[in-house]
Design a binder for this molecule. Structure first.
Ligand code: SF4
Length: 448
């Protein structure tokens, strides 16, 4: 059993860079590893209507995947298919059929369970023709019961996201556009395989702003050749010149085998900023966003007015049913996880046969104690806090109080008078949140 000191953070003048020795890593502690069971409940058509009704107490979202892009970005592991001249009409017709057939299978409850968010993700949904994506939005709205305040997001990239498309999709019901800008530095964008330059970003964002939809974009920190100055100028540019309501800030994930990874191995790019440099970039970006009037409202999402709600992203983490549409889309109903065929030809064949194009079905196991605590931590982290002590395992509350007090002293949590306030993550706490989650799971599993 580890002593409590093993979970303490370093008290220093740079908690973002040095609170812990270990880099933040993708999170998979052994205590959380629960293998899904093979599904033995038959085909989607056999169980879906019953499961859809039985889980009516859960939130409901619809996810539509559009795995097509004009070209592959250097850092991207998700690229699947080229969006050629014919793809929009053909893929739209498959999606429209899948929507209709799925609704028939789910039964009359599709007109009763309120859908809180629809998300068109990819890939590049904005590569669809304006009439095609408008048709899909309308088809979903005619088929399902869409809550009056539902968020309907279309993801896209700058090149080709015309004001005509923006208007057509808002007329059809979309109310949020999310653009993967990543960086506004024209030279760096070109190096990463992005086509549009800074002037085009400004023009497109300003034109889309006139549609009335909430506008958000993604930025990435940690690209090779991206300096602190470039990152800070990106933040200044998008804050002052694009009229966005929110943004998402992500760390570069360098995927093995991606074009960027290969280019670094060949020496065509320098190595990306190291951990200490990335930590500094994060701190500088955090401070700059606050200075430009943004507030963080989940670990990666920032907003500067109430128009940005990020409903889909927040629900996707919780007790939410997600009905998938499109090749490679994933979802779930209750504890049954659903995965549509990722190979386009397989997807097409199944859709044309009238069946849900499912390629993977699995049953999530009942959560063990660590997984339940992990879920509690995840839900709290989504609100930039840790779970209240009274929700921790009874046996760990006293030591937990000591641990939290030490983390406050180390600058990971706000020090404040009220207990509730004292659970909120600081900039450093936000940066180290995945590592803190790992420590808390270990703490609950190993101390007593
Ligand atoms: S547009 Fe998006 S999904 Fe497509 S290659 Fe670029 S990063 Fe990947």
């Amino acid at each position: 059993m580890k002593p409590i000191e093993a979970f303490f953070a370093r008290v220093c003048d740079d908690p973002v860079g040095r609170a812990f020795d270990e880099e933040e890593k993708s999170f998979s502690p052994a205590a959380l590893m629960q293998t899904p069971s093979a599904w033995e409940g038959g085909a989607f058509e056999d169980f879906a209507a019953r499961a859809f009704v039985e889980n009516a107490h859960r939130s409901l979202v619809l996810y539509v995947h559009v795995p097509f892009c004009r070209r592959r970005c250097a850092f991207c592991p998700f690229f699947k298919n080229i969006s050629d001249a014919l793809f929009s009409a053909e893929y739209t017709s498959l999606l429209a059929k899948e929507i209709g057939d799925t609704a028939k299978t789910l039964g009359s409850a599709v007109r009763e369970r309120p859908v809180k968010a629809i998300y068109f993700g990819g890939g590049t949904p904005s590569d669809l023709d304006s009439a095609d994506l408008a048709l899909l939005i309308r088809r979903l709205r005619e088929t399902f019961f869409i809550a009056p305040d539902a968020e309907i997001t279309v993801e896209g990239r700058v090149r080709g996201f015309t004001s005509e498309k923006g208007k057509a999709w808002v007329d059809a019901g979309a109310n949020r556009f999310s653009l993967g800008v990543q960086t506004a530095d024209t030279r760096l964008r070109r190096r990463m395989g992005r086509i549009a330059d800074r002037d085009e970003i400004r023009a497109v964002m300003n034109a889309l702003g006139e549609s009335g939809a909430a506008l958000v974009l993604d930025l990435i920190y940690g690209f090779p050749e991206q300096t602190e100055e470039i990152l800070l100028d990106d933040i200044r540019f998008v804050s002052e010149e694009t009229g966005i309501h929110g943004l998402d800030l992500y760390k570069l994930s360098l995927f093995p085998g991606s074009p960027l990874d290969k280019a670094i191995v060949k020496g065509e790019f320098p190595k990306p900023p190291d951990f200490a440099q990335r930590a500094k970039m994060y701190r500088l970006a955090y401070e700059a966003l606050v200075a430009h009037g943004f507030e963080p409202f989940t670990p990666k999402h920032w907003r500067r007015d109430a128009k940005e709600r990020s409903v889909y992203n927040r629900l996707a983490f919780g007790q939410t049913d997600m009905i998938p549409f499109g090749s490679g889309a994933g979802g779930r109903i209750g504890s049954i996880s659903l995965g549509n065929a990722g190979v386009l030809a397989d997807y097409e064949k199944k859709v044309l046969s009238g069946k849900k194009p499912i390629a993977r079905l699995a049953l999530s196991p009942p959560r063990n104690a660590s997984a339940s605590f992990g879920r509690l931590i995840d839900e709290a982290l989504e609100e930039l806090r840790l779970p209240a002590l009274e929700r921790w395992p009874q046996s760990h509350r006293e030591k937990g109080r000591e641990l939290l007090s030490q983390w406050r002293e180390a600058g990971l949590l706000h020090s404040a008078s009220g207990q509730d306030e004292g659970m909120r993550l600081t900039c450093a706490g936000n940066f180290w949140a995945p590592h803190m989650k790992k420590l808390l799971i270990d703490f609950a599993a190993q101390t007593g």
